[in-house]
Design a protein around this ligand. Structure first.
Ligand SMILES: NC(=O)c1ccc[n+]([C@@H]2O[C@H](COP(=O)([O-])OP(=O)(O)OC[C@H]3O[C@@H](n4cnc5c(N)ncnc54)[C@H](OP(=O)(O)O)[C@@H]3O)[C@@H](O)[C@H]2O)c1
Length: 489
């Protein structure tokens, strides 16, 4: 397959993208418009009350962002007309039937015209409320699948999942689909409809009890974590993403479906420019806290591999997968990451951030550079528990004793310390599987896709997604960490 035919494939195609205000979908939309402005139409699904406000969100949160700078410069005065001709914001919600698109005529038009659907919408909070996570990450996938089945000319439904649907598995993790009801710990009885009824019942019970919204949220979050752990997943996010995959593969019939499972997506490597990212994502928040001098102790296994893939590579793999598998009725899973071909370890990251923030110190509110020191690393959960006991639990006990002796005058200090202790425990419990992760993601299928792209040096020039070419030190020191700092300012 040559470059002409890949880019040509997108010509005159109509593509529906969900999650289009999100990090991944934005990069995809930008790339498609940049390499194939003769795409017929991009329907972008956005959560909003009506088309007018969806259009406003599209403008403010997508087109006006720095990501589109290169495209804006390329088209100059014609940028707005390119967007209004090619992009149609659609007000909708994947947790509703028909994706929440109320206008029947618009739905019929979409069913007639759509060639490809990319489902990138999701809730990505690890401890999302169970009812919410089920409605988006599980039933949202079902609604997208049903919508795709109504499209007369559909050539592909590409679903963006996550590599971490594998849970806490160690060793080589294969690009294998789940079967319906599969669990990670061998527990039996996982049934998606039962999970839905359970979440609805719990929610109803709480509403009847008339507890506060905050209490309901906490209870529904706890329910998600409990159900995930019951079946062997570490958190609600990856558990519901796994169930979404199950539904999709089980009910797809003859529809061409591809599941892309990215690992941790980081800032762009090269295009549209290096270092674009949005918001602080999981590991980035730790880097920032360290730069600001607020993180001195951390917890992870320094030898563990942390699998990262730059956003532009991830998006290129989506485009390749669409083109290669359009009209094919197979079940294809792609791991898009770096752990097999170009691994990077926690210890490397520690070294990069320490050198970066020593050379480029964060400037505090008073204009003074913040000095960073060597991180104290707790490399096991046992050392973490010991640390928490010495740093919080024992002082708390002493404070509680003094509080009684001093007629409750230390009540709020005790309360605050206890809150801090509980929230740190909750946070580490939530992330611990990733801090000590021992898996690496097999990418045999993805490697085949790269080989398909390699004719005529396409991969190197336009649709590159081989992590082998990344020099991690250069990427972190000169692209990703400066990208984070720039994004925050
Ligand atoms: N970022 C990563 O490192 C990473 C890694 C692995 C996998 N992934 C997967 O990649 C996909 C995209 O992730 P992302 O990083 O782009 O996430 P993101 O930035 O959080 O964006 C999520 C998008 O989904 C939309 N959305 C949520 N619920 C929706 C609903 N009910 N109906 C319609 N749209 C809804 C959000 O819209 P609003 O703006 O209205 O909230 C937002 O546009 C997800 O499937 C995620 O699981 C991401």
């Amino acid at each position: 397959m040559d470059l002409g035919s890949i880019i040509q494939f997108l010509e005159d195609k109509t593509i529906l993208v969900t999650g289009s205000t999100g990090f991944v979908a934005k990069m995809l939309v930008e790339k498609i418009l940049r390499i194939q402005p003769n795409v017929k139409k991009l329907f972008l699904l956005l959560r909003d009350t009506d088309t007018k406000s969806a259009a406003q969100r599209l403008n403010d949160e997508v087109m006006e962002t720095e990501l589109f700078r290169v495209l804006r410069e390329k088209y100059g005065a014609n940028f707005s007309s390119l967007i209004s001709e090619k992009v149609l914001p659609i007000s909708g919600d994947i947790s509703c039937e028909h994706l929440g698109i109320k206008d029947f005529d618009l739905r019929k038009k979409m069913w007639r015209e759509i060639d490809i659907i990319v489902n990138s919408a999701a809730t990505t909070k690890f401890d999302e409320r169970y009812d919410v996570a089920l409605s988006i990450n599980v039933f949202g996938v079902l609604h997208t699948l049903n919508f795709a089945k109504n499209c007369a000319n559909i050539k592909m439904l590409l679903h963006v999942s996550t590599a971490f649907v594998c849970g806490e598995r160690a060793g080589l993790i294969l690009e294998k689909p789940f079967y319906m009801g599969e669990t990670l710990n061998g527990a039996t009885g996982l049934d998606i409809d039962t999970e839905k009824k359970l979440a609805e019942k719990r929610l109803n019970d709480h509403l009847v009890e008339e507890t506060t919204e905050k209490a309901i949220t906490l209870a529904m979050k706890d329910l998600g974590i409990q159900r995930a752990r019951l079946y062997g997943w570490p958190n609600t996010y990856v558990f519901t993403k796994a169930m979404g995959e199950m539904l999709l593969m089980h009910l797809k019939e003859n529809l061409p479906v591809v599941i892309i499972r990215p690992t941790v997506i980081s800032s762009t490597y090269k295009e549209p420019f290096p270092g674009w990212l949005e918001g602080l994502r999981t590991i980035d928040s730790f880097f920032v806290l360290y730069g600001k001098g607020k993180l001195t102790t951390t917890i992870y296994n320094p030898k563990s591999i942390i699998d990262i893939i730059p956003g532009d590579m991830m998006v290129n793999s989506i485009i390749m997968a669409i083109v290669v598998h359009a009209n094919e009725s197979s079940k294809i899973i792609y791991h898009v990451g770096s752990s097999v071909r170009n691994p990077i370890r926690h210890a490397n990251l520690e070294d990069f951030i320490s050198r970066y923030f020593t050379r480029n110190p964060w400037i505090d509110r008073n204009g003074k550079p913040i000095k960073v020191g060597k991180l104290i690393v707790l490399s096991t959960m046992t050392s973490f528990r010991l640390y928490m006991a010495i740093r919080y639990k024992i002082p708390l006990k002493v404070l509680q004793f003094l509080n009684i002796a001093l007629c409750k005058s230390l009540e709020s200090t005790c309360f605050n310390l206890n809150q801090k202790f509980n929230s740190m425990i909750r946070l580490v419990e939530l992330y611990k599987s990733y801090l000590f992760f021992e898996g690496i993601f097999d990418d045999t299928n993805t490697e085949r896709l790269r080989v398909a792209a390699k004719g005529n040096n396409i991969e190197a020039d336009v649709l590159y997604f081989d992590p082998m070419c990344i020099d991690w030190e250069d990427y972190f020191m000169n692209i990703h960490l400066p990208g984070i700092v720039k994004c925050l300012f």
